[in-house]
Design a protein. Structure first.
Length: 284
């Protein structure tokens, strides 16, 4: 069968759509009728029912109060539980060492006990430590401590493993009332959600909340940033550094001699003219 036969159905004539007749020679090919698809998308549920931890499994809830305050002679800073974190100011602190480098070289991680006595963060490292086995709720709260300040929208982003998004609302977070929403619904795993502004509505000076849930395991240990994704807000200090697990657990993923190979200048991980790079592979 030649191409013309394929196009004309062996009739020698081409269909011309809605013109109503057959014409010889060139013309429009009439396409077969198509079924009309539904405009309503299917209701899909995330397949995470078995792994989503319920409220009775939560071991700790961290309320992170987001405030804006004057600092350093009138410079506006965002603070999270009264700490402003940005890369420049962190690096200028005496003895400041990046979290994972500190763990690999000095076998040191943020102090858990010190953090428990200081709103969740360690005063030495400014890190929020969480132990393996903990199930934590992180509640971001818009808190206006100065009547001159306004509430803003913040796209809150987490590095590392995704969290279960527990939703958002005005006022203060009520864990019991909010948990009732999940009787027949599993929250979605996300890495970015919005901390909304509710125009000052809410209990006392708390305008709004956004809540996340994490289960910390051997699979998600490490140092992770959680921050507002607006660059100018990040520069203003709206970032938090979290350490899941401790230095001992982190070292299990990168033992010696690999540490020296990666962290020392000219280390074995780079290789040279006399030997191949000595690297730790995760994809054998």
């Amino acid at each position: 069968m030649n191409m013309r036969d394929l196009l004309t159905g062996n009739t020698g004539k081409l269909f011309t759509g809605d013109m109503g007749g057959h014409f010889t020679g060139s013309g429009l090919i009439q396409a077969p009728a198509a079924d009309t698809a539904s405009t309503r998308p299917p209701r899909l549920m995330p397949n995470t029912r078995l792994s989503f931890p319920t409220l009775d499994e939560v071991t700790r809830t961290l309320h992170i109060n987001v405030t804006m305050d004057d600092e350093d002679g009138g410079v506006l800073k965002f603070k999270m539980n009264d700490v402003a974190w940005d890369e420049v100011s962190f690096g200028q602190r005496p003895g400041a060492i990046p979290y994972l480098i500190d763990a690999y070289v000095n076998q040191r991680s943020p102090d858990y006990d010190a953090a428990m006595a200081n709103y969740g963060w360690d005063p030495r490292s400014l890190g929020f430590p969480v132990r393996v086995g903990e199930v934590i709720d992180i509640v971001w709260q818009q808190t206006n401590i100065d009547a001159r300040r306004s509430y803003e929208y913040h796209p809150m982003h987490a590095h590392g493993e995704r969290y279960w998004d527990l939703g958002a609302g005005a006022g203060e977070y009520d864990p019991v009332a909010n948990e009732q929403r999940f009787a027949n619904y599993t929250p979605t795993l996300r890495d970015t959600t919005i901390l909304y502004s509710y125009n000052g509505d809410g209990h006392e000076n708390t305008s709004a909340w956004r809540a996340w849930r994490y289960r910390v395991t051997e699979e998600n240990i490490g140092a992770w940033l959680m921050h507002c994704h607006l660059l100018h807000h990040m520069i203003m200090g709206m970032q938090t550094a979290w350490f899941f697990g401790d230095a001992t657990e982190v070292l299990r993923n990168l033992p010696q001699p690999y540490i020296a190979g990666y962290l020392e200048y000219g280390g074995s991980a780079y290789g040279n003219s006399s030997y191949d790079p000595f690297v730790l592979s995760y994809f054998d």
